[in-house]
Design a protein around this ligand. Structure first.
Ligand code: TRP
Length: 471
């Protein structure tokens, strides 16, 4: 057995009834389920479109490999070494009252905030699944009217709150089942299904006229199209898509059996996440190019442009159902990980039962998400925006979490594991002497490259970079 955390008494926690994954495959599907989400299928294609395609994709791939993967390894490693969710993990690692524990709480807060608006978008996907089932896009037929379905939905308070709640009920129902019987079991069912739907849609997309152009768009890097902001957006998205910066992967790592290789598992997770984001683009862009839709349509790409295309194409009816079911599944396995961080904190730190922790945190997140659900058509939308730099409540939640809480959490995790964590602990978690060269490369990355990159993102977010460069 690899060395446990030296000098730390694991006695109490080890005897507590925490879950573990059934196998390495169980961990990989669950963690890939967390990583693969709205970020891959909704956000990645549209930011690729907005940033001009190929060159952005290359930069994004570099960010995943050079920054994302090392921080992913760091999180899993800290989780397994301490057998705790983020707050418990940092308490375990540090002296009483250490500010590092704040990193754990920051993560819990980020999970809370992200889930509160993530479930609103997931709720839209549920609504679109129903619309697809009833062949609604085809019946409406006309492009402008289809695009208006989305603006009407976003402005409808009842529907938004209803679906937001319904999606959280699903999430709570899975997390309440625990690590193996809830999270792992559902990920094992949903993820392969998601993969199959995507491959099926890819086969369809290869037959479209726009397939060649789409490939050129996604894989033909033209650096002249990429602006500086695109580099930073690529890095920020690398964090979001790998579920980094808030201890989700740390918590999942805490359920990992000691004999499983962390670098290998992390590589699988990053690979699956990347492949699925690329597959989603290779499905979405051929459809949009074939039907003369702008690739740079923005956040409405999936909810406005695609339904227009579905209404015009042969077999659009079954495809639209498959696509939105896929989106709901992807969102669900991600939301599970967000809730698991919040719930497991109350389990680990306050000794609550899983049932109590899941139900009560789920309920509070529902209530706190209501303003986000109402951001399309109430005070929390345009009225709120008057006081907050033109951002709705929903936008503020997204901005705070993605641009500040996650990068900050990622920065602290990489600094902690690079400078404060005992090297014997990280070497042990890497699998001992055999993995020493790999460990050396990883350690250099989390000490220098990753923190530098994250600082860049935050300088950019704060506008300080704009001041310095005069742009
Ligand atoms: N990675 C998910 C996506 O791409 C979202 C997500 C789930 C997430 N858990 C997270 C993002 C934790 C940041 C942190 O949609």
């Amino acid at each position: 057995m690899p060395a446990l955390l030296p000098g730390v008494d694991l006695g109490k926690r080890a005897t507590m009834n925490r879950g573990t994954w059934g196998s390495r495959f169980g961990f990989v599907v669950a963690a890939a389920g967390s990583a693969v989400g709205l970020g891959n299928i909704w956000k990645f294609p549209y930011i690729t479109g907005v940033n001009g395609g190929g060159a952005f994709v290359l930069v994004y791939l570099a960010c995943i490999a050079l920054v994302g993967l090392p921080i992913l390894i760091a999180e899993i490693l800290l989780g397994r070494a301490t057998q705790g969710s983020p707050v418990a993990a940092f308490r375990q690692l540090t002296r009483k009252g250490s500010p590092w524990v704040g990193t754990g709480w920051l993560g819990v807060a980020a999970g809370f905030v992200i889930l509160s608006y993530y479930s609103v978008v997931a709720g839209w996907a549920i609504h679109y699944t129903f619309l697809a089932l009833t062949n609604h896009f085809n019946e409406v037929g006309e492009a402008k009217a289809i695009a208006k379905i989305f603006t009407d939905l976003v402005g409808n308070p009842g529907l938004n709150i209803g679906y937001h709640g319904a999606f959280l009920v699903l999430t709570v129902a899975v997390v309440i089942g625990g690590v193996k019987a809830g999270i792992e079991r559902w990920s094992r069912i949903l993820m392969p299904f998601l993969g199959m739907i995507l491959v099926g849609m890819l086969v369809y997309a290869t037959g479209l006229d726009g397939f060649g152009r789409a490939l050129g768009f996604v894989f033909g890097g033209r650096f002249s199209d990429l602006h500086a902001a695109g580099f930073l957006e690529a890095l920020g998205h690398a964090f979001f898509t790998l579920s980094l910066g808030m201890g989700a992967m740390l918590t999942y790592g805490s359920y990992l059996p000691k004999e499983t290789s962390i670098p290998k598992s992390a590589l699988w997770v990053a690979l699956l996440d990347t492949v699925i984001a690329l597959l989603a683009s290779m499905v979405i862009f051929p459809i949009t190019f074939t039907h003369g839709i702008e690739p740079a349509a923005g956040p409405g790409l999936v909810f406005q442009s695609l339904p227009i295309a579905f209404s015009q194409m042969p077999a659009g009816y079954p495809l639209s159902i498959l696509f939105f079911v896929l989106l709901v599944f992807a969102a669900l396995t991600s939301a599970i990980s967000l809730l698991e961080v919040v719930a497991s904190t109350f389990i680990d730190v306050y000794g609550w039962t899983r049932r109590k922790a899941t139900l009560s945190t789920g309920a509070v997140i529902f209530v706190c998400g209501i303003p986000s659900a109402l951001s399309g058509g109430s005070f929390f939308g345009s009225g709120f925006a008057e006081f907050f730099w033109g951002k709705t409540f929903f936008d503020v939640m997204d901005y705070l979490s993605s641009n500040w809480m996650l990068p900050l959490g990622g920065l602290f995790v990489s600094l902690y594991s690079g400078y404060a964590l005992k090297q014997e602990t990280s070497v042990g978690e890497f699998g001992g002497a055999a993995a020493a060269p790999l460990h050396t490369v990883w350690r250099a990355t989390v000490r220098y490259l990753a923190p530098a990159a994250v600082l860049m993102v935050m300088l950019k977010s704060s506008g300080i970079l704009a001041l310095l460069t005069g742009k």
